[in-house]
Design a protein. Structure first.
Length: 85
């Protein structure tokens, strides 16, 4: 059994790209910010596109990450340590 994780962290800057699903061509190439990402709904990500106020939902494959939010310093330090046996 796999443990689901959120497809993208909230606050990530993304760009809409062509995915496997048909979509409105006016959204291609637009930039936005991830505002809704949940481990319970891994098939869609809520994004507020620049210049809009309402979130739109996209599949993870339709989004390209341009800038991910930085992890807190304690998480960065923890990533540097080796795993326990």
């Amino acid at each position: 059994m796999a443990i689901p994780i959120a497809p993208l962290p909230e606050g990530a800057q993304v760009r809409v790209v062509q995915g496997p699903f048909p979509q409105d061509p006016e959204f291609l190439g637009k930039h936005g910010t991830v505002v809704a990402a949940s481990e319970y709904q891994t098939q869609s990500v809520g994004v507020v596109l620049d210049g809009e106020s309402a979130p739109r939902f996209f599949a993870r494959s339709e989004l390209e990450v341009e800038e991910a939010p930085k992890l807190p310093p304690e998480r960065e330090v923890a990533k540097q340590r080796s795993a326990l046996p």
